[in-house]
Design a binder for this molecule. Structure first.
Ligand code: MIC
Ligand code: SF4
Length: 640
């Protein structure tokens, strides 16, 4: 069989199933990553499995999300993670070392390997030819325990890149063009694989910019081949031993084909509301901005900061603008410092923010009310920035830097000749903030402060589900809407009773009271319900509040798995127009739940007020067994 790159990697890791799109397969996982906001739960789940140390080649937990430390909660989490990792054979990247995806790309990506990460932007390492997939924390915990990762074999979407980018058009514009063409649903049940002669002109960080935001397409993952450009990156990282070439076969056949002529692209933005609300910069030029942010896990690499420094050199940030810079990693910060670029950035009037997630997840850097903010980030769903009425534009660092100088959205091509930027022969290599696990685990005590609460558990699924509709939402509702983050809520990730008080907080502040008063019930959603992050809290907290099933037109991949992992039934309307028959307060009764799941029936019937409504059971055998057991942990325990 001639194969695509993704198929080759899947094949080399296949432990169960047939590689037919839509069939469930299990693959061996080589490496896992966690971050602090999802990792505390993943560690508690790993502990519940009672396995002394990871059975994967390499496991690491990064601290990058919860870094504001406005109270004891964040440092409690850090201390818990550090001690847990030390005891349980996991590497630990200290706060201050950088954002998981950037550091992982630099120091731990390996072409051809499988990486599973408890964060939706794990595919960043796909820029270095890893098959890197974002999942919920529980899936990571199970993989650490040696379990295969199960998912539906996606279709392979081949993106042929031809031509070369023009000056001032960036890798970010390539992925924004993909979002323009395919929307936030275009990647669902697909792996996006880039190939073609245009690939050669993109550096590894540029490739990673594209694979990172494949998450916004809803893709399972995105991947680039490993070639001489990749080798060059690994050499500068002093890791050429980890490099190997790997590409698709020349006659590989893709399930769907897209072609992008890089020379035809121009600077783009995602206008407020959604990453697929794409416009050309020319269309929105002149929009006044109050804030510009360059950073987050998508555009915070050395190249991004160096180009920013070149643009800012000898100039001043516009008086009405606050320019925030959060480098992706300590290595990036050290390297731009060593070459003097940081001086130009600071001298122009930028604010240097810690090399962590920060404003991307509303941990600081919230924009002013009724103002526009332009950011090199990857997400702009309403309210994510921490400001309720925010208006966030997503763009390349070049476009963000131009806006910072002019005080309004400006086509970066106005900035003159594109600077030629040189890469250092070696990046600064200093892994001293990555701690190795203890050699004497028996002597390590796991420290649990008051922010670390025990894991809530669910019982096996009930035979009859009945109750009321607690909320009805529309299409493309993100996990940020279900379980908001931000400076107030994110620190509660290790405390499910406390964080549950904020489910749907921004869109329906009465939801939690209603769920409690009604003793749980049902959620109704539209298309692509739960798009976005991997946060299993968007399933775990509703489970804690007694949510029994989510009825939607369709689900995003990660959120659907998370619902199943926590024993919440995901049901898809057989006839999408039945969505109209359900409203807030509708009474729902679903009988024979367990036998219907066990019989592998394709449909489940429900009584909704006076209607009989049918739902698709788009669930693999394994998902059904997990649901019957009341979630993945119960299922695994029952199997062992
Ligand atoms: C995000 O970008 O939304 C996050 C915060 O990184 C999440 C993970 C989380 O909620 O902890 C993600 O993308 O998976
Ligand atoms: Fe952090 Fe933002 Fe990247 Fe999520 S998208 S990992 S919050 S920088």
């Amino acid at each position: 069989m001639t194969g695509t790159l993704a198929e080759k990697i899947v094949k080399a890791h296949l432990v169960e199933g047939r590689m037919e799109p839509g069939d469930e397969i299990g693959i061996k996982v080589d490496r896992v990553l966690m971050q602090d906001a999802t990792g505390t739960m993943a560690c508690l789940q790993f502990e519940a499995l009672k396995i002394p140390k990871p059975k994967v080649d390499f496991a690491i937990a990064y601290v990058d999300h919860n870094i504001l430390q406005t109270g004891f909660e964040n440092p409690d989490d850090h201390r818990f993670l550090q001690s847990f990792c030390s005891k349980y054979g996991i590497y630990f990247s200290k706060p201050g070392n950088g954002i998981c995806h950037q550091v992982n790309l630099e120091r731990y990506s390996v072409p051809g390997q499988v990486l599973l990460g408890s964060d939706s932007h794990t595919p960043t390492s796909g820029g270095a030819a890893m098959l890197a997939i974002g999942v919920g924390g529980l899936d990571v915990a199970v993989a650490m325990g040696g379990g295969a990762f199960y998912f539906e074999m996606p279709e392979i979407l081949g993106v042929r890149l031809v031509g070369k980018l023009n000056p001032w058009v960036a890798a970010k514009d390539i992925i924004l063009e993909m979002l323009r063409r395919l929307t936030v649903r275009g990647g669902l049940r697909r792996i996006v694989e880039y190939y073609g002669e245009g690939v050669k002109s993109l550096s590894v960080p540029e490739r990673s910019t594209i694979t990172n935001m494949g998450a916004e397409l809803g893709a399972t993952t995105s991947i680039f081949p490993s070639d001489e450009v990749t080798k060059d990156f690994f050499t500068r990282q002093e890791r050429v031993r980890d490099w190997k070439p790997i590409t698709a076969d020349p006659d590989a056949v893709y399930d769907t084909n897209v072609e992008i002529d890089l020379s035809k692209l121009e600077p783009l933005v995602a206008a407020p509301g959604s990453p697929d609300n794409i416009k050309t910069v020319r269309e929105v030029e002149g929009t006044p901005i109050q804030q510009s942010c360059i950073g987050s896990c998508v555009n915070s690499n050395y190249q991004d900061l160096l180009i920013t420094a070149h643009i800012l050199k000898g100039k001043k940030v516009h008086p009405n603008v606050n320019l925030h810079i959060n480098p992706g990693s300590r290595q990036v910060l050290q390297t731009v410092t060593r070459v003097g670029a940081l001086y130009d950035i600071i001298t122009a009037g930028a604010r240097i923010i810690e090399n962590a997630c920060n404003g991307c997840i509303g941990m600081g850097s919230a924009p002013a009310s009724n103002s526009n903010s332009i950011r090199s980030f990857n997400r702009n769903w309403p309210g994510r920035s921490g400001t309720r009425d925010d208006a966030i534009y997503l763009a390349s660092p070049e476009t963000c830097a131009a806006a910072a100088l002019y005080g309004e959205i400006t086509d970066p091509r106005k900035l003159g000749t594109y600077p030629s930027i040189a890469w250092p022969e070696r990046f600064v290599i200093d892994d001293s903030m990555i701690l190795h696990p203890s050699r004497e685990p028996a002597n390590v005590e796991v420290i649990r402060g008051p922010n670390i609460k025990p894991l809530p558990r669910r019982r096996p699924i009930e035979g009859t589900l009945d109750g009321e509709v607690l909320i009805k939402v529309g299409d493309n509702v993100s996990t940020d809407a279900i379980m908001p983050a931000g400076a107030r809520i994110l620190p509660l990730r290790s405390n499910i009773p406390a964080i549950s008080e904020y489910v749907f907080a921004w869109i329906d502040p009465e939801f939690v009271q209603r769920a409690k008063a009604k003793n749980g019930g049902f959620i109704v959603g539209g298309v692509n319900y739960g798009q976005g992050s991997s946060r299993e809290h968007a399933a775990l907290a509703p489970m804690y509040l007694g949510v029994k099933a989510v009825l939607a037109k369709s689900f995003s991949r990660i959120h659907k798995s998370n619902l199943v992992n926590f024993g919440i039934l995901p049901l898809e309307f057989m006839d999408a127009s039945d969505y109209e028959k359900v409203s807030l307060g509708s009474k729902i009764r679903i009988e024979n739940v367990t036998p219907t799941l066990q019989a592998e029936a394709l449909a489940m019937r429900s009584q909704i007020d006076n209607h009989t409504v049918e739902f698709k059971l788009n669930l693999t055998k394994r998902f059904r067994d997990i649901l019957v057991a009341g979630g993945l942990l119960n299922y695994i325990k029952s199997k062992s």
